[in-house]
Ligand binder design. Structure first.
Ligand code: UD1
Length: 403
């Protein structure tokens, strides 16, 4: 059996760096994953006037490096959507933000209308010219905001903006992902006044925030990917340093598929000796099945016994990787946002291309199980979200190398 330690959560680390823009005081972050999206957000906040020092072991200190700037460089927003999330903190601190519209993974149009709508409700004037958002607000005002959809990024962005607004902001229908709660925990350490109820987040604005020390939560998506690696290869893997509660939906589906799981509070062991059974999944906001595990799950189901159905409800086009799985021999048909998978007995290695982080992870899983060699082009996408995946898998017994 192999063991692997979960990295810190990408989706908690990125907003944590953005949140450091809300204060002039030092912020210390622990358990930051060594992934290229973190490099991008560090470049972003450095360009905006912060100084970031890596202290080793996943710890970073963020201090003021000069005056805070209001304009985000296009090349950084272009390559990562999460860098757009600096708009809330900048507007709250400076009363002005100039941010190009984001790029990131090619998984649907991924608009930012909910971010902008919320900031407008808080009194921001927002103009859009030639793909650049120009937002101004003398001081943001606490207001009631209803999110049409519980967007993770919009919830985080608006909470950050609200921490320094005048009066109370109420966000109803917010996202409740563990990464959102982790950001709230960090902001509370910085002095933000935030209360949570079942359906609402209430933020009472304060004049200024202070520094904080914060260890971000483990990455449930990375952990899930390694559990699926055990499932697809018929091996046994213990993922250490997880929060089991964050993986409830995946655990239920793995058990339904016939995978043996040994579950402790901070570690999960998956082992799989027989061919797995087909299961149906539908992606949903947390605590539903994560859209980020949809592609790795599809790779796993491509080899399961029987017919599985995957319905993607969060993003409009997150099936681009399926054509690549088919090239490896999978039997999958897509109709709109539904993928019908008929499990095959073998996949055969060939050359495929990773279109985004999770597509890349799915192709690695398929490649581990496929007969012969699989070559993944554009594998750099995978480094956006997975620390040292080649070495971690090698330690688990996989034959994988980077060329
Ligand atoms: C975050 C995660 C990403 C995950 C996703 C859903 C980060 C850095 N990324 O992305 O890994 O897959 O949550 O769990 O945390 N939408 C709008 N308008 C908006 C914002 C979003 O229509 O203003 C739509 C999106 O197009 C998408 C859906 O809402 O269809 C969910 O998006 P959202 O929750 O915002 O995802 P992100 O925050 O971008």
């Amino acid at each position: 059996m192999g063991r692997v330690r979960a990295q810190g959560a990408k989706n908690a680390a990125l907003p944590a760096f953005a949140a450091s823009l809300l204060t002039d005081k030092p912020v210390l972050l622990h358990r930051i994953p060594a992934i290229s999206d973190v490099t991008t957000i560090i470049a972003m906040i450095t360009a905006l006037g912060k100084r970031v020092d890596a202290l080793g072991g996943g710890t970073f200190r963020i201090e003021n490096g000069g005056r805070l700037k209001r304009e985000a460089p296009y090349e950084l927003v272009r390559c990562m959507r999460a860098s757009f999330f600096v708009i809330g903190p900048l507007l709250a601190r400076l009363g002005e933000a100039i941010i190009p519209l984001p790029g990131g993974c090619t998984i649907g149009s991924r608009p930012v209308d909910l971010h902008l709508k919320g900031l407008r409700v808080m009194g921001a004037e927002i103009e859009q010219r030639q793909g650049i958002i120009h937002a101004t607000a003398e001081r943001l005002q606490g207001r009631s905001i209803y999110l049409d959809y519980p967007s993770v990024g919009a919830t985080e962005d608006l909470i950050m903006a609200a921490t320094l607004a005048a009066g109370e902001t109420r966000i109803s229908n917010p996202a409740g992902e563990p990464e959102v709660l982790d950001l709230i925990a960090m902001l509370q350490k910085m002095g933000a006044q935030i209360e949570l109820s079942d359906s609402e987040i209430r933020v009472a604005g304060v004049k200024e925030l202070t520094g904080a020390e914060h260890e971000i939560i483990p990455d449930r998506i990375e952990a899930g990917t390694y559990l699926l690696a055990a499932g697809i290869t018929g091996g046994a893997v213990e993922v250490e340093g997880t929060i089991t509660n964050h993986l409830t939906a995946l655990i239920a589906k793995l058990q339904e598929a016939g995978i043996e799981l040994q579950i402790k509070d901070e570690s999960i062991t998956a082992s799989n000796e027989e061919r797995s059974q087909a299961v149906d999944i539908e992606t949903m906001p947390y605590p539903g099945f994560s859209t980020d595990l949809q592609a790795p799950m599809a790779a796993f189901l491509a080899l399961a016994r029987g017919k599985s159905m995957i319905k993607e409800t969060v993003f409009e086009s997150r099936f681009a990787y399926i054509a690549e799985l088919i090239r490896l021999g999978a039997d999958i048909q897509t109709i709109g946002r539904t993928a019908n998978i008929t499990g095959v007995e073998h996949l055969n290695g060939t050359q495929v291309r990773a279109a985004d982080i999770r597509a890349g992870a799915a192709l690695i899983l398929a490649g581990l199980a496929a007969e012969g060699e699989t070559q993944i082009e554009d594998a750099g996408h995978i480094d956006r979200g997975y620390t040292d995946i080649v070495n971690k898998l090698t330690a688990l017994g996989a034959q994988i190398e980077r060329r």
